[in-house]
Design a protein around this ligand. Structure first.
Ligand SMILES: [Fe+2]
Ligand SMILES: [Fe+2]
Length: 214
């Protein structure tokens, strides 16, 4: 009896997590956005605003994928010693999601219509990696975070010069992601071979190209 209740609880929790990730404004951050109220942008032209919107939409979708990855992994991975650490990292990802969402609204932008698709794909990848084993799933976290870090660096350079508020958000995200990558490696994550990383890069190219506009 008990067991059935707990399985139903799990399902409700999963569903709740999906909604919090995919419904705009539903994610609750635990830290205030690095784009503090007193931080002002300089003037931006309309093409610049649109470019910033596209970049922040990519970052938002990246965080949707991070949520899905952690949730998929949570379903199958054991990770007994570092469960607490993983939960702390997942909470930081919720902050990122909420900050990007808020910044997109400030830019009069919308979140990507493709998010449910990327959520499903990342959830599946996380669940499979978790089922293969902890070393693989931690290695996957590390490789993903490193890739996200490279994107963030590129976006910080590419944002319009006047967009200080987006840049502040990305700067803190880059610090957090580097920490997540390091934690995953220290916890025993496998270093992935180059072909696997090349596959991941290809997938992220598909994501960034499509989400910039959609
Ligand atoms: Fe993140
Ligand atoms: Fe992260």
């Amino acid at each position: 009896m008990n067991r059935q209740y707990s399985r139903a609880d799990d399902l409700v929790r999963q569903f709740d997590a999906v909604l919090r990730t995919l419904v705009p404004r539903a994610a609750q951050p635990s830290r205030p956005s690095p784009a503090a109220p007193e931080l002002r942008d300089d003037a931006m032209s309309e093409p610049e605003r649109r470019h910033a919107e596209g970049l922040m939409r990519i970052n938002h979708t990246g965080e949707v994928c991070a949520q899905a990855l952690y949730q998929g992994q949570g379903l199958t991975a054991k990770l007994p010693e570092i469960r607490g650490q993983m939960e702390a990292a997942a909470q930081e990802e919720i902050d990122h999601l909420a900050w990007c969402d808020a910044r997109l609204q400030e830019l009069d932008g919308h979140t990507s219509r493709l998010n449910p698709l990327f959520y499903a794909a990342s959830f599946g990848i996380g669940a499979v990696a978790g089922a293969i084993g902890d070393r693989v799933s931690l290695g996957f976290v590390a490789a993903t975070e490193e890739q996200v870090g490279r994107h963030l660096d590129a976006h910080m350079a590419e944002l319009p010069p006047g967009d200080h508020r987006s840049r502040a958000v990305l700067r803190q995200m880059a610090i957090d992601e580097a920490h997540h990558a390091q934690q995953a490696l220290e916890a025993g994550g496998a270093r992935f071979p180059r072909p696997v990383k090349a596959g991941m890069t290809l997938m992220s190219k598909v994501m960034t190209k499509s989400v910039y506009k959609l």
